[in-house]
Design a protein around this ligand. Structure first.
Ligand code: HEC
Ligand code: HEC
Length: 289
């Protein structure tokens, strides 16, 4: 198509010379305000790219002349908050855990620090809000294995359970099946007895025989009637909340070859005031005694 620039009679403007089926394209200039805005934005963009961190590189990036960094800003903010809190955390460190609740301000700091510490460190095992998961006890009920008083919780968190720390809480349930201490029929009966302790469970056929096995092998840790023994960390077997499964298979498995769950010691990872705060928080979850 030949390009022929001519004037449009109606608007008086030049055409671009493009024509489609008799329609001609006008060569209308960009509005001035639009053009100037564009130029200003381009200049501003170049300036911004020079001053601020902008162009990515293979291993780093162009940092800009202003030295601005969101990471540095976060670090500074965190340091400022930590400095502000340091006073309170020092006070928590110096206050016996039973007295923290008497000072509303201290209590608020302990709860906040405890909640954050719990979410970062404990939640993966104990679940949100300490709800627990199979093998990881709920911390929100009053069914405690090792004790639900503030100092007891603090002790558990500090040194752990079977953590390998010399002051850890330790109790090894014998491997009644794996080590051949009981015969399979005795284990089966003991499981029937254990299940008979739990409300709402249909008792198995060998409860009486199981009671005898229990009396001879289990009371030292689980108590005369299976009520548990916090002194030695033997769980209450009546409790509606268990560490492991509800089914007979799960109970037989536990008696045969106990899991011996490990709770890490936190004294090497968290400072004393933080442990105190998270113990205070755990105590508040609903089961504190
Ligand atoms: C790696 C998994 C794991 C992590 C992480 C963990 N725990 Fe535990 N915790 C356990 C296990 C397993 C037990 C139960 C051990 C047993 O069989 O007696 C336990 C038990 C406890 C108990 C004793 C409960 C009772 O009934 O006496 C407390 C309290 C506790 N944990 C608090 C915490 C706190 C607070 C944190 C975070 C600072 C934490 N745990 C992090 C695995 C974990
Ligand atoms: C030396 C102490 C000890 C003896 C003896 C012992 N247990 Fe245990 N038992 C424990 C401990 C500690 C736990 C929980 C720790 C773990 O294995 O993680 C436990 C857990 C259990 C559980 C799981 C509880 C739950 O909440 O899910 C059952 C069931 C159980 N024992 C049954 C028995 C029976 C039945 C016997 C006797 C044949 C027995 N135990 C003897 C220490 C003992």
């Amino acid at each position: 198509m030949p390009t022929k620039i001519e004037k449009d009679v109606i608007s008086g403007r030049d055409t671009t010379g493009h024509e489609w089926d008799g329609l001609k394209e006008l060569n209308t200039p960009l509005p001035k305000w639009w053009l100037y805005t564009l130029i200003v934005i381009c200049i501003w963009g170049v300036g911004y790219a020079i001053v601020r961190p902008s162009v990515p590189g293979l291993f780093s990036y162009y940092h800009g002349t202003s030295g601005f960094s969101t990471r540095a800003q976060v670090t500074a903010d965190v340091a400022a908050i930590a400095a502000g809190r340091a006073g309170s955390m020092d006070k928590i460190k110096a206050t016996p855990i039973e007295k923290i609740g008497q000072d509303p301000q201290l209590q608020a700091v302990a709860m906040t620090a405890g909640r954050i510490t719990f979410a970062n460190n404990c939640q993966p095992c104990h679940g949100a809000g300490g709800g627990g998961r199979p093998g990881y006890p709920t911390l929100a009920s009053d069914s405690w294995i090792w004790g639900g008083k503030l100092a007891e919780i603090q002790q558990t968190i500090t040194y752990g359970i079977r953590s390998g720390h010399p002051d850890a809480r330790v109790n090894q349930m014998p491997r009644f099946g794996a080590d051949g201490i009981l015969k399979p029929a005795e284990i089966d009966a003991a499981a029937d007895f254990v299940l008979s302790l739990r409300a709402g469970t249909k008792p198995g056929p060998n409860v009486a025989a199981g009671a005898k096995v229990f009396a001879e092998n289990c009371v030292a840790c689980h108590g005369e009637k299976g009520e548990g023994n916090r002194e030695v960390g033997g769980p209450n077997l009546h409790s509606a909340v268990h560490l492991y499964g509800d089914s007979k298979e799960a109970v037989v498995a536990q008696i045969s070859n106990p899991r011996q769950g490990v709770m890490p010691n936190w004294n090497t990872r968290l400072d004393a005031a933080t442990i105190k705060s998270v113990a205070f928080y755990v105590h508040s979850l609903g089961g504190g005694q």
